[in-house]
Design a protein around this ligand. Structure first.
Ligand SMILES: [Zn+2]
Length: 160
């Protein structure tokens, strides 16, 4: 790109001024041509700089960040299991408070027995963990900069 600019500069400088002043129509055409070439080069420079700015980590523009829902794990507890464990934990707390001398397995059995009485059982039909629906299992999601870059890439994909 720098080579192109140097080439263009030498072309502009080598053109005799007299020729341009004596032929105004030619001068307009030539100068318009140079302007277009310069604009084209500037656009390319801008695109390269923008690309470096977006990708460059040194200025802190992150393209992706940790997924809020799964905290980067890519998977989450199935909602049915989440609901089950919520009820389980509150019942466990209640039993531990009322019967402090029970051992862990006794507490677990007592909790399960109490839950069965109110019709709450482990949702065994569902897997305990599922792929995170927000990040599709990647653990990371795009930031605003990442989305912008993706949008631009999709739009101009045929030019690559
Ligand atoms: Zn996620």
């Amino acid at each position: 790109m720098l080579f192109k600019i140097k080439e263009l500069k030498s072309e502009i400088l080598s053109d005799p001024v007299e020729e341009l002043t004596s032929r105004p129509d030619l001068a307009v055409e030539r100068i318009s041509g140079w302007c277009l070439q310069i604009l084209d080069i500037l656009e390319k420079i801008e695109m390269v700089l923008l690309g470096e700015e977006v990708v460059g980590e040194n200025i802190g523009l992150k393209l992706e960040e940790e997924c809020d829902l799964c905290k980067g794990q890519g998977k989450i507890t199935h909602p049915d299991w989440l609901e089950y464990w919520d009820i389980y934990m509150s019942k466990k707390k209640e039993i531990e408070k009322n019967r402090p001398n029970l051992r862990w397995t006794e507490i677990d059995n007592a909790v399960k027995a109490e839950l069965e009485k109110i019709g709450v059982t482990e949702p065994l039909d569902e897997p305990e963990e599922i792929v995170c629906p927000v990040c599709n299992g990647k653990g990371d999601v795009l930031t605003a900069h990442g989305k912008t870059l993706l949008y631009v890439l999709k739009k101009h994909w045929d030019e690559i």
